[in-house]
Every structure is written in structure tokens, then in C-alpha cells.
Design a protein around this ligand. Structure first.
Ligand SMILES: Nc1ncnc2c1ncn2[C@@H]1O[C@H](COP(=O)(O)OP(=O)(O)O)[C@@H](O)[C@H]1O
Ligand SMILES: [Mg+2]
Length: 372
């Protein structure tokens, strides 16, 4: 069975989510650690959706399958502008799928690999978006545990979205005193994850600190260096101070990173809300709604979200619907507006220059001319 037939059949099984119906333009957009990510267009609503399929070989692994189910449930429990939005979860035969919104944009990992370090305000704005999403999931007793640039997406509207709840921990179902499994990506772990100590929401604070450091310097704080392994560096939170990496780093951001990256969870911010307050106070001049604009302007300026991004290049169908690079429907609308404008202009001009066109009907003479 080809991908399209298989995924159309899956969408048909989705109950009450408006996802039924034919899909087209199906393409694979990423192969993650656990899953294949497809994007499909749903013509009935003229939108794209994402179908995240657990890799075949992982379906038979009960722990992986359980994680995938947990990811779907966790995503379904939260609805927040800084968290990817899930539509449905479908299991069929030996396959498991999460259906979710398509986040048009680019991964933070892609942006960092292209640009290296980011401007200070941009880094703070992205950290604020992440922190707001994380604070919301913490309020739902969830700990993300896998916050890293590949799991953060910046949208074409300037938004910041947290994705990939593959190793999320639900405090309602999991025992707090149980040591945390060492799951996650080596460079993006907290000391308690490395040590197998109990995990609290403050582990996510450490991970946000790592991402903020990387946005400010272009490099990860914890790397294998000088005979030390990444894990040793994380356990002792040994990293080159921000000021040494980039001497102009504002003191407020330096303080924030240092506070997030404390070895002992108790020495970090009390909770993510405290971090949000600090970031907001640094960004002071920007009202909340303007923070998206700040991100958007930056992405525009750096041409990050132009068709240079692979999935857009692949999207030939969309390009073929374009005239001079503009969506055809807009081109037609523009031509109509220009035509109408020209028509009105000529009509107006003729009205005020009656002799300009030979044989043109003369305008009705003004009343006073009859009295002469
Ligand atoms: N909803 C989405 N919209 C757009 N791209 C997505 C979406 N979900 C995932 N992706 C892309 O797929 C990649 C892998 O997805 P992720 O959820 O992290 O899977 P895994 O659990 O396998 O790591 C992401 O880094 C991102 O580029
Ligand atoms: Mg991922």
C-alpha cells in the first residue's frame, strides 16, 4: 500500500475532527528519532495537517508505543499558542498516528545552523515563547524533558511553538520519587536526568537555559571537551561563561542563563513563571503582542522563511499555482482591481473633458444654458 492510500485510510478512521475526506499533496517532511512526519493538504478546509507516524519497528516495542500514546494524550491535554496543537490519535493494525496542526515555519535548530548566534532581543523573545508554553504544560502537571532547538519551531507568523512530547512525564501518573530515566538528547539534559535523580519541573528550566545559551552564542554550552564528556560537563554545569563567548551580552540575560543552569534544582528559578517575569522585564519596551512582530521582522530580514527552506522547494504544486511568484487567485484579484481602477479613471477623465473623444455623447448641458 502506498503512503497516500495508507494515510487516507487513517484519516477516514479519525472521528469527529473534520479530518475525513480526500487528502492531496502528501509528502514526508521529516524523519524524527521516533517517527515519520508527513504533511498532507486537506482541501475541504484548505489547510495542511501533519500526520506523525510511530516508526514501524518501534510499534512492537511496548515502551515506545506507550510513550507515543502518552505524547498524544499530553498534547491533547493542552491548548496553548506556544504548543503544537493535536487533532487526533489513531491506531490501526500495527500502526499508530498522531494527527496535528501543520506548523508552517522553520525549526530553531535549522535557524541556528544557518545563522549561528541570534540578536539578544530575538533570543530573549524566543526564550519567552518557549517559557510561556512550558509554564502552561507545567500547570497541567506535565514535564517536557526534551526541550531543544529541533523541538522548537518558529512560525511564519512570528510565533514560537514547542513540539515533540515524546518523553513527556505526567506527574499525575508517574511517581515523583522514581528516578528519572536517562532519556533525551545528550547535549540537552539536566544534571538530574544525567544522574538518574528524581525529576521535577525545574529540569525544564535547565533545558531552557541551554537553549537560551545556544541562541546567544551559536554553540551548545555542554560539549565533549578537554577530556570531559558531555555528561560530566552537565553534572557539574561546567560551561564557558556567556560574557567570554560574547562580551556584549546584556547582564540581565547573563543572569537569567546562570540562574537556569544551576546544578541544584533548588538554586534555579522557583518556577518558569519567575523566568517569564525576568524575560519580560528584559524585553520591557515590547508589549506582548509586539514580541511576535519582533520575531517575524527578524525572520523576514534574514530571509529565513523564504522558499529556500526545503519543504517549500519541494512544493511544486503550490509554485505552479503562482503567477510571477504570486498565488494565482491574488494575481487575478490584483488584475481586477487595476482594471477597475483604470476604467474608473478613464471614465472620470472623459466626463470632465467632453471634447476629448470625437463622437462621444455630450454630457447633458447644465440647466442655466437653456435660459440664454
Ligand atoms: N506539527 C508539525 N508541523 C511542522 N513540522 C513538524 C511538526 N511536527 C514535527 N515537525 C517536523 O518534524 C521533525 C520531527 O518531529 P518530532 O515531533 O520532533 O519527532 P520525533 O519525536 O521523531 O523527534 C521536527 O523537528 C519538525 O521539523
Ligand atoms: Mg524531535
Amino acid at each position: 500500500m502506498d503512503d497516500k492510500t495508507r494515510i487516507t485510510a487513517i484519516l477516514a478512521k479519525s472521528e469527529g475532527t473534520n479530518l475525513r475526506g480526500v487528502i492531496d499533496e502528501l509528502q514526508i517532511i521529516a524523519r524524527g528519532g521516533m517517527s515519520h512526519i508527513y504533511r498532507a493538504r486537506q482541501p475541504s478546509l484548505d489547510r495542511y495537517v501533519v500526520v506523525k507516524q510511530l516508526k514501524d519497528e518501534l510499534f512492537s516495542n511496548p515502551e515506545m508505543l506507550e510513550r507515543f500514546r502518552r505524547e498524544a494524550k499530553a498534547l491533547a491535554a493542552v491548548l496553548h499558542q506556544n504548543v503544537a496543537h493535536v487533532y487526533d490519535f489513531v491506531e490501526s493494525g500495527s500502526q499508530s498516528y498522531i494527527l496535528m496542526e501543520y506548523i508552517e515555519g522553520a525549526d530553531l535548530s535549522f535557524i541556528l545552523s544557518k545563522l549561528g548566534q541570534l540578536p539578544f532581543e530575538m533570543a530573549a523573545a524566543v526564550a519567552l515563547g518557549i517559557a510561556r508554553g512550558v509554564s502552561y504544560i507545567h500547570a497541567h502537571n506535565l514535564i517536557h524533558r526534551d526541550i531543544k532547538p529541533a523541538n522548537i519551531r518558529l512560525t511564519t507568523r512570528g510565533g514560537v511553538k514547542l513540539m515533540d512530547f515524546g518523553i513527556v512525564m505526567n506527574l499525575d501518573h508517574e511517581n515523583l520519587t522514581r528516578p528519572g530515566l536517562m532519556v533525551g538528547s545528550p547535549s540537552y539534559l539536566s544534571p538530574e536526568q544525567v544522574l538518574g535523580d528524581p525529576i521535577t519541573h525545574r529540569a525544564d528550566l535547565f533545558l531552557i537555559g541551554i537553549v537560551l545559551y545556544e541562541m546567544l552564542t551559536g554553540v551548545r554550552p555542554f560539549r565533549e571537551e578537554g577530556g570531559k564528556t558531555v555528561f560530566q560537563a552537565i553534572r557539574e554545569s561546567q560551561y564557558v561563561p556567556l560574557k567570554k563567548m560574547r562580551s556584549t551580552v546584556p547582564a540581565a540575560l547573563d543572569r537569567i542563563v546562570r540562574r537556569c543552569l544551576k546544578v541544584k534544582p533548588d538554586d534555579r528559578f522557583e518556577n518558569v513563571k519567575e523566568l517569564i517575569k525576568e524575560l519580560e522585564s528584559y524585553l520591557g519596551g515590547y508589549r506582548s503582542s509586539h514580541i511576535d512582530d519582533l520575531v517575524l521582522r527578524f525572520l523576514d530580514q534574514e530571509a529565513i522563511l523564504t522558499p529556500a527552506i526545503p519543504y517549500l522547494e519541494l512544493d511544486e504544486r503550490k509554485m505552479s499555482r503562482r503567477i510571477f511568484g504570486i498565488e494565482w487567485s491574488w494575481s487575478i484579484a490584483a488584475l481586477l482591481v487595476i482594471g477597475l481602477g483604470l476604467g474608473l479613471g478613464v471614465g472620470f477623465w472623459m466626463g470632465s473633458h467632453p471634447g476629448a473623444v470625437p463622437n462621444a455623447p455630450r454630457p447633458f448641458p447644465p440647466t442655466h444654458s437653456y435660459n440664454r
